[in-house]
Unconditional design. Structure first.
Length: 302
């Protein structure tokens, strides 16, 4: 349960590397302040547990990236896929970071203020963009909804406006973007259409204009639409709906990639699949070393 909880933190849109590193720093600082004793052992146990979960999480990410083959947008299967495409560089479609004004397709920022009493930076504001953006390959275009994504490899820019510190992470238009998530095609050949429901809706619509209904289907002009005439109306409605469905399915569909509903990894990165896999493997080694050191320290104090 704890492992799944850590794996699911990307759905909060958090920078997991920064989060885990921050927790390490807090626990290590607490252990150093407390000195040898039972409370320090609890801090070391916490570090070991956190490092173990982070180690498993990084291995899981590296394995998922390695096992999935990169799909082409036009032929990608509906469901969990890996795509690699170039982001849209159209200036009219770019967004801007709210404080630095940097043109990009995605951003995350943190604003810090200097605490003169403690001589350290204190975070006072943060935010992450949620605007969709497009990536394309030689076969087609896919819209990416970045909400709840774990973003890795974004370019980091640090500035110092006034007495504050601004850290902005950005993905830029025209760059190659890796995405791993739930792929679906809306409309086109994949349209979910019900002939029975649409025929029923069309007949109900015709019934609302009784004068037109009798003009079209009361063939013997006796003032009523009998069963045989109503059957002709139903057949016409069926042919009309079939033609409409045919036209809808011949239209190009819209490809969309977003966070999987089942909690699986949703990754967006400016790194290539191989570089991203190596990134997680390096971090897995670091977390394993932290777990080993914390465990050894726990036994030493015992």
């Amino acid at each position: 349960m704890l492992v799944r909880g850590l794996h699911g933190l990307q759905h909060l849109g958090l920078n997991l590397t920064g989060l885990v590193s921050g927790l390490y720093a807090v626990l290590i600082a607490a252990a150093m302040k407390l000195g040898p004793g039972p409370q320090t052992r609890w801090c070391l146990a916490g570090i070991a547990l956190l490092a173990g979960l982070a180690w498993l999480g990084c291995l899981r990410r590296a394995r998922t990236i390695a096992e999935l083959a990169t799909s082409r947008i036009a032929s990608a299967a509906q469901g969990y896929v890996e795509l690699l495409g170039r982001s849209n560089s159209d200036k009219e479609l770019l967004i801007y970071t709210p404080l630095g004004g940097i043109a990009c397709i995605w951003y995350r920022y943190r604003l810090y203020s200097k605490d003169n009493a403690k001589r350290e930076w204190r975070q006072i504001d943060s935010g992450t963009s949620s605007a969709t953006f497009d990536i394309s390959d030689p076969t087609g275009v896919c819209t990416v909804d970045p909400d709840h994504a774990e973003v890795v490899g974004a370019e980091v820019r640090t500035s110092y406006p006034g007495n504050d510190k601004l850290v902005e992470e950005c993905l830029f238009g025209g760059s190659t973007i890796y995405v791993l998530g739930d792929f679906s095609t809306l409309g086109g050949a994949s349209s979910a259409l019900s002939a029975r429901e649409d025929v029923s809706a069309l007949l109900s619509h015709w019934k609302q204009d009784r004068a037109d209904l009798h003009q079209r289907f009361d063939l013997d002009r006796n003032g009523t639409v009998d069963l045989e005439e109503w059957e002709l109306a139903r057949q016409l409605a069926t042919r009309t709906v079939e033609r409409q469905h045919r036209d809808i399915r011949q239209q190009p569909g819209v490809h969309l990639l977003r966070a999987p509903e089942d909690g699986r990894l949703f990754l967006i990165s400016a790194l290539s699949p191989q570089a991203l896999r190596n990134h997680f493997l390096r971090w897995s080694v670091f977390h394993l070393a932290m777990m080993t050191a914390a465990t050894a320290g726990w036994f030493y104090l015992a």
